[in-house]
Every structure is written in C-alpha cells, then in structure tokens.
Design a binder for this molecule. Structure first.
Ligand code: ARG
Length: 406
C-alpha cells in the first residue's frame, strides 16, 4: 500500500531550502519518491495524507538524551529508583519524545541496560518510541561524574560503568558491546549533577581515552565524551572521540582541534534554564546549582564561538535532566546563539543522522530513507519555536500522531 503525502512546504535539509507543494510517496517503511505536486503520479488507491497547509520536515534527531531519567527525581531522590523502574519510566519517556517529533535519539547512558531493552522493544513494535542508538552504562573513573558518589563508604556502592586504567576501560567497552550497546559513552570530565567533583576538571586521562576509542572503533562503535573542561575536551578530541558532549568551557585550541579532526560538538544549551529554575525543587544538590551558575552562560557563549569558527554541531539536549518532550525548546537558543533556523534544523536532522552513523537511513526526506517525518502549522524558519508544536508525526511509514496540522 502506498501513502501520498501532500506537503504545502517541505524543508529540504540537504539543499538548505524550502520547497513548495510537494508530494512524498511512501511505501511500507520507506520513502519511494519526493517531487513537485504538479505532475506527481499518485498510484490509484493510494492513501492520501493532506498536509498542504503545513510545513513538513524530516523527523528530528536528539543526539543526547537519557530516556530512563526522570527529571523530577534528582539527587538523593534518585537513589530510590531501581533500574527496572527506570526502564518502565523510559517506556513512557520514549512515547512522549516520539510525539514531540523526535523520531530518533541517541541515549547516552542508562542503568541495567534499560536503554538496550527499550531500543529492542521499540524495534520489535511492542512500544511506541523513537529509533535509538544506545550506550548501556556510561564509562568513567571511580568517584567521577559517571560514578555515583551520593552514598558513604558503608554502602560500597559504585556505578557499573566505573573502569579505571586503560585495560579496565577496554574491558568495559567490550562488556558494553557484548550486552548490546551500539555507542560508547564516557566521562572525560566532572559534571554539574554529580557530587564532589568539578565540572571543569579532567577525569579520564588521554591514555585511558585512547584505549577506549581504539577498542570501540575496532568493535564498530562510536564514542561520545561528556566533557565540560578545556583540557578534557582537548584530550578527548586527540584520543579520537566522535563527539564531545556539553563542551561548556571549550577554548581556542579545542575549537581548532574539533575543526581539524571533524569532531562533533553536542551542546545542551537549553538545560541551564531548567536546572536553575527547577533544580532545587527536584532534588538537585546545592553544589550542582552552584556549578551550573559557573558553566551555563559560558557554554552558550562558547556555542556561538565554536559555531562561528566552523565546528560541526549536532542537536542534543540532555532530556531526562529536564522533561522529555521539551527537547525542541533548545532550537530557540541555538538561533539566539548564532545559528540560522535552517542550520539549527540541519543540526537536528541530517547532521544528527551523520553523527549517529545513520545518514543512509534517516535525517532527510529522501527516496530510500525511512519515512520519518513531522509537520508543523507555522513556519519554523521564521520562528524555530514552532518546532515545540509538532502536530503530525510519521515514523517508518506509520502515522503516530495526527493533531490536525492542516
Ligand atoms: N548532565 C550534565 C552534567 O551534569 C548537565 C549539564 C547541564 N548544564 C549545562 N549548562 N548544559 O554535567
């Protein structure tokens, strides 16, 4: 069965322009053809989806989420959540994220391989949700951002992703791959929401990261490095990671290296709003709020600097720290801090697909790719906030949301 979608306007993210009056033919999960409505041959009996009053875009890609993360349970409250309970929450978050127009996400860290389970359940058609790239446990040093430092020694508690030294770290990469991770996430520096560390201070050494990257790439997995501080960003890029997450305190050398090596930056520049406005209410530690005040605005300014210097950027939000489904709120900031709306949309479509290694299957409305597309009523190129009001979502040829976009 063929579906013919009438698009009043279609955002062509490859050419970087908007096409008027297009017809997209979909067969099964895939796009058959895209072309002007005038002269389009629609097979007899095709189902018609009329989006002639709307703007159609490729399904959005968020390269940094934690679907199993409940944004209302931070700090000590998070200790009461089992990995299985978190995975149940993740099933809810996956649905909300998809309905917001994000048809693909990269989940960069979850307990108990809840993200692997979610990906597989979604792929099996048991749950509605986005396509997923998943990391399993985030790897990090003992006592670092990817460990959990809330409890005293009496409890002998450490996160499963803790791995110190090049060989432990290599073994941990192998373990993640064994249990289904298709991406490796590491903590190169401290963080905002962890206890007892500095966001800017380096954690994994260059030697450890070189071992991780070599092992991951050998196994066909890309590496995403959480890094706020300048030296951690520099060493992560030198080690060959595929993306640097947050990148808050990146310096000129980091910008130069990222450009030279083609490393993506994934900068979550909406996050600061939620942390400062809601953090105290949802259990974030006072030290975390203090750390956020040091990195939040600097990160936004450095976003502009890095973008203007020509560094590759993919859209990523850290949803899970803040409410799932609000992912698109970040577009406004990306435009405020230097991107055109088209560039921000590209970061969340074709460029995100490139970072995830999925440019052949998603990221643009093109023949042969999965029929993942969304529609909004207004003009997202005039007002990127329009993307927070997604009316229509199709994933793999199936309409999963239709709230009247006409
Ligand atoms: N997960 C990150 C961390 O704890 C969140 C950083 C949020 N702050 C920001 N300005 N983007 O380090």
């Amino acid at each position: 069965a063929v579906t013919a979608i009438r698009a009043g306007r279609l955002v062509d993210v490859v050419a970087g322009k908007v096409l008027a009056d297009q017809v997209i033919l979909v067969s099964g999960e895939r796009i058959l053809s895209v072309g002007p409505a005038a002269g389009a041959v629609v097979p007899a009996g095709a189902r018609i989806v009329d989006l002639s009053g709307a703007t159609v875009l490729p399904g959005l890609v968020d390269a940094h989420v934690h679907l199993t993360g409940d944004p209302t349970l931070h700090g000590y409250q998070s200790l009461g959540v089992s990995d299985i309970r978190a995975a149940m929450y993740g099933a809810h978050a996956a649905q909300v994220t998809l309905a917001a127009g994000f048809t693909t996400v990269r989940n960069v860290g979850a307990g108990g391989f809840g993200d692997v389970a979610l990906r597989d359940a979604i792929d099996a058609g048991e749950l509605p949700g986005p396509r997923m790239r998943v990391a399993g446990y985030a790897l990090g040093i003992k006592g670092g951002h990817c460990d959990n430092n809330l409890l005293p020694n009496d409890f002998h508690y450490a996160e499963q992703g803790v791995a110190d030294g090049p060989w432990q770290a290599r073994a941990k990469v192998r373990e993640m791959a064994k249990y289904g991770a298709d991406t490796i996430k590491i903590c190169a520096s401290g963080g905002v929401l962890s206890k007892g560390d500095e966001a800017g201070a380096q954690q994994y050494t260059l030697e450890e990261m070189q071992a991780i990257v070599e092992e991951a790439h050998k196994l066909g997995r890309r590496v995403a490095a959480h890094a706020h501080g300048a030296s951690s960003i520099r060493d992560a890029i030198l080690a060959g990671v595929d993306s640097v997450e947050h990148a808050s305190l990146i310096d000129d050398e980091g910008i130069r290296l990222a450009r030279q090596k083609g490393t993506y930056l994934v900068m979550d520049i909406y996050n600061d709003d939620y942390i400062l406005q809601e953090g105290a209410k949802v259990g974030m530690l006072p030290e975390s709020l203090e750390k956020e005040r040091k990195v939040g605005q600097v990160q936004r300014d450095n976003f502009r600097k890095a973008w203007q210097a020509g560094v590759k950027m993919a859209f990523g939000t850290d949803a899970g720290v803040y409410p799932h489904g609000d992912n698109a709120r970040q577009f406004r900031y990306m435009v405020q801090y230097g991107m055109t709306p088209m560039q921000a949309i590209r970061a969340a479509t074709i460029d995100g697909a490139d970072l995830l290694g999925w440019k052949d299957r998603i990221g643009s409305v093109s023949a042969g790719k999965f029929a993942d597309l969304i529609a909004v009523r207004g003009d997202p190129l005039a007002d990127p906030a329009e993307l927070t009001r997604v009316r229509f979502v199709m994933k793999g040829g199936t309409v999963v949301k239709d709230a009247d976009a006409r």
